[in-house]
Design a protein around this ligand. Structure first.
Ligand code: 0A1
Ligand code: ZN
Length: 854
């Protein structure tokens, strides 16, 4: 790490101390002005413990006045240093602290605190943004009811809770539920609502509004529909009822993440609200449904029960992701959802666990908490809950969740509290299970089979081992739920799914009374986030792919076959007959869910192959990986041309467009087939689908195929012409080009696109579209001449000066640098060093670049 930029000392879990004061009520009075908004805060404080009164305060906040019980403090009564404000004066047991500050939302480019997005005032306070609005103990364990008055001439003035009074120029809101400051929100602007109502299980009527910019109303319907379904689902499945008179959702164009669960006033990236068949893909619709649900579900898992400190982030995020995954499984296909989630987990979280950014689901130290909104905290956090549910059973899980809501409503809780609830509800000791929260790394489980033909006994032996991760070398064994089933040679299930509990480094399980040697189906439903190693032939994989009753395991066998085929091709082999025959059966299958078949047709990603290569001790070669994927796709297309053509004609959904799983599955299958045939037809079919497209799913899918085939020039121009006024689609235009360009074209094209007049790089979505698109282009980004790394470093530095969170987030593209060859490594290291040597780097980017560089 460059000595001139020491990263600040980390915060540590073990240093947690309760705040010395409780806040009985917060009253905020906000007068909005683009350059000089004024915020007055009155906090009713009561001392609980010894200690100074220390508040957090953002550096850009101008402090105009401080008073205790109405009498002004003078400069000697307080000290302001860095981001803290300490009050030295003797204080009564209970008192009101008043502050008045001025802030400049128009100058705030960080999308944190109070800022402007397209003329709309909005806020983002998670994790530590409230301090940029008013001095406050900006930590989640300080919870208080809020009363907010907003003064502004703008027509719509919103905050948390229930509306109390609305008059021209002024609005009052009251949120009766004590909340941490990160859930505060305020929105003001010229907004239009689409509205509905929801009657809760106890008969209360709730007003629902989705607020958008004028003109966007006709694209907000699916968000509202998703909200109503989510509210009903949470009542039915978890018994959770909404607790305010209104629920507002606001869409803004400038947002660092997907969305935010502020109490009663969710603020969303407009990408996750606005959709019409012409402008959004099936994938966009599904994301909208799940993120609307995710934020809504936070009302209980996050808001009513929040986190004691940010180390406990997975308490709310792991659980809420788990809940939104359950919701999507219920709304759509559970099998397809499970497979999708595992693909994402492996691409993002396994990659994180393998590299320099590996950390436990509950980290024990951090420099910048915003750098820990990671796949490990979110997605692995959800997997850990899935395992817990498997271990205690559905009934145990339901009992534990009821107890959690009953015992901890209104609390700022910890992972210890969470596990205790499961122990108390089910009687199970979870001491060993807790390692899933405290130990980083993906366990590698090796399974060996021993068949005793004479006695008809099969013995399965497992060993587990978790590789070292930064700061953690010793990894004791964890408890791993391993779902297995046994299949007879004729394809019948001889033993339905059993949940084996592996809790030792080495362990065996016996199955007797077997007439013939069965085939083992293991890690069914991906019962634990581990890497499973076992020895299988291509014929075994093809057998499982044909016969396994568990849809995840069946898909996995096909994936494994594809992966093994590609890895063999990297070593100079040719695609074997089993894989090509299996693909033939997929294409001929008229019974299975088309969405499932689409997943079976998709080749493992380049990233997945690079991961597999480096896991096996090889140096992955991005160009070779690209070449074998192209080659295999062409071989499939040549072998199965007639079937692929049949799929292309048979998968056009009847009737009007609907984003439901049935239609989306057909389109997914069609596009998977298109991706393959485009390899051999020069793009003719993709061009025809592009020209005839009646919805964005097909149009964007065809465009991606054309670009990948190097035949997209006309379509790219046409796409821009058609959609140049639809911001979210212009994002897609940037992303599709950068992500799908042929490797040698990717960086030069990204440079051209960065010079395009529409490249508004200060908009997080636009920046992510281009820079994230390029990072997703594996061989393009990892260009051997280092141009991808240089391009990324240039842009990270540029964006860091205006929006550190985005810079830090996108720097993750570097996390795998150490896997590659010496030439690439030298280029990547030089780019990271250049970042680290830059003056005035944000804490966010400094921490990330430092950890990645190592
Ligand atoms: N809690 C949100 C994620 C979120 C986190 C940070 C943000 O700003 C820095 C915004 C949103 C969620 O889980 O959806
Ligand atoms: Zn969340």
């Amino acid at each position: 790490m460059n000595a001139s930029h020491p990263v600040p000392a980390p915060q540590r879990l073990e240093d947690y101390r309760p705040y010395p004061f409780a806040i009985k009520e917060v009253r905020l009075d906000v007068t909005l002005d683009p350059q000089a908004s004024r915020v007055r805060a009155d906090l009713d404080l009561t001392r609980q413990h010894d200690g100074d009164l220390v508040l957090d305060i953002g550096k850009a906040v101008t402090l105009d006045r401080l008073a205790v019980d109405g009498s002004d403090l003078d400069a000697a009564d307080w000290t302001r240093k860095g981001e803290t404000l300490t009050i030295h004066r003797a204080l009564p047991q209970s008192f009101t602290l008043s502050s008045e500050v001025t802030i400049d939302p128009a100058a705030n480019t960080t999308c944190e605190g109070l800022y402007l997005s397209g003329g709309i005032f909005c806020t983002q306070c998670e994790a530590e943004g409230f301090r940029h609005i008013t001095p406050y103990p900006d930590r989640p364990d300080v919870m208080a009811p809020f009363k907010v008055t907003i003064h502004s001439d703008l027509p719509v003035l919103l905050s948390n809770g229930n509306p109390v009074a609305q008059a021209p120029g002024r609005a009052e809101w009251s949120d009766p539920w004590p909340k941490p400051p990160y859930l505060f929100a305020l929105v003001a602007g010229d907004l239009r609502a689409i509205s509905d109502t929801f009657t809760t299980m106890s008969g209360r009527e709730v007003d629902l509004n989705v607020w958008v910019r004028p003109g966007d109303e006709d694209r907000a319907g699916y968000a509202m529909d998703s909200l109503i379904r989510a509210m009903r689902w949470d009542e039915r499945v978890y018994g959770r009822e909404y607790d305010l008179d209104v629920f507002n959702i606001v869409a803004v164009d400038d947002f660092n993440m997907g969305a935010m669960e502020n109490k009663g006033l969710n603020i969303f990236n407009s990408k996750l609200v606005l959709a019409s068949p012409e402008t959004a893909t099936d994938g966009d619709y599904e994301r909208i449904e799940s993120v609307i649900a995710h934020e809504y579900f936070h009302n209980w898992t996050g808001n009513r029960i929040t986190c004691r400190d940010w180390f406990q982030l997975c308490l709310k995020e792991g659980l809420t992701v788990f809940r939104d995954q359950q919701f999507t499984s219920d709304m759509r296909s559970a099998a397809v959802k499970r497979i999708d989630d595992v693909v994402t987990l492996r691409a993002r979280q396994f990659r994180e666990d393998q590299g320099p950014l590996a950390h436990p689901v509950r980290p024990d130290s951090y420099v910048e908490i915003n750098n820990f909104y990671t796949a490990t905290v979110y997605e692995k956090g959800a997997e850990v809950i899935g395992m817990l549910k498997r271990l205690v059973g559905d009934e145990g899980y339901a009992k534990a969740l009821d107890l959690y809501f009953e015992r901890h409503d209104g609390d700022a809780a910890t992972i210890e509290d969470w596990l205790k609830v499961f122990e108390d509800a089910t009687g199970r000791d979870l001491a060993q299970f807790k390692r899933w929260y405290t130990d980083a790394g993906t366990p590698i489980v090796t399974m060996k089979e021993d068949w005793d033909a004479e006695h008809g006994v099969l013995t399965l032996s497992f060993s587990q081992q978790t590789p070292s991760t930064p700061g953690q070398t010793d990894k004791p064994p964890r408890v791993i739920p391993m779902a297995v089933g046994l299949i007879s040679p004729n394809g019948d299930e001889v033993l339905p799914t059993q949940m084996l509990e592996i809790d030792q480094a080495e362990q065996s399980f016996r199955f007797d009374g077997l007439a013939t040697r069965p085939m083992v189906s293991a890690l069914r439903d991906f019962s634990a986030p581990v890497v499973l190693r076992r020895e299988l032939t291509d014929a075994d994989r093809a057998f499982l792919f044909a016969h396994d009753r568990d849809p995840f395991a069946r898909w996995e066998a096909g994936r494994d076959l594809a992966r093994a085929t590609l890895l063999a091709m990297l070593d100079g082999g040719a695609p074997g007959p089993e894989y090509l025959a299996a693909i033939g059966r997929v294409l001929a299958d008229r019974d299975a869910d088309p969405a499932f078949l689409a997943l079976c047709l998709r080749l493992p990603s380049a990233e997945e192959l690079a991961q597999a290569r480096s896991e096996a001790g090889h140096t992955p070669d991005p160009d070779a990986i690209h070449a074998v994927r192209e080659e295999l796709a062409s071989v499939i297309a040549r072998t199965h041309q007639a079937e692929l053509d049949r799929v292309l004609t048979d998968t056009v959904p009847a009737g009007d467009y609907s984003p439901d799983a049935g239609q989306a599955g057909l389109r997914a299958l069609r596009l998977a087939a298109l991706g393959l045939v485009t390899r051999i037809d020069g793009g003719a079919r993709a061009q025809a689908i592009y020209d005839g497209a009646t919805n964005m799913t097909e149009r964007a899918g065809a465009l991606a195929a054309l670009i990948a085939a190097g035949a997209g020039q006309d379509a790219v121009a046409d796409f821009h012409d058609r959609f140049k006024d639809v911001r979210l689609v212009v994002d897609m235009w940037f992303m599709l080009q950068a992500a799908n360009a042929r490797p040698d074209r990717a960086v030069p094209l990204a440079r051209e696109l960065a010079a395009h007049p529409d490249f508004d790089w200060k908009n997080p979505n636009r920046f992510r579209a281009l820079i994230g698109g390029l990072s997703a282009n594996h061989a393009g980004f990892h260009a051997a001449d280092g141009s991808g790394y240089d391009f990324l470093a240039d842009w990270l530095l540029r964006v860091d000066a205006v929006n550190p969170q985005i810079a830090a987030r996108m720097s993750g593209a570097f996390e795998t640098w150490a896997r590659y060859d010496e030439t690439r490594k030298a280029h990547a290291k030089a780019a990271l060093d250049r970042i680290l040597a830059t003056p005035d780097l944000s804490r966010n980017l400094a921490e990330m670049a430092g950890r990645i560089r190592g």
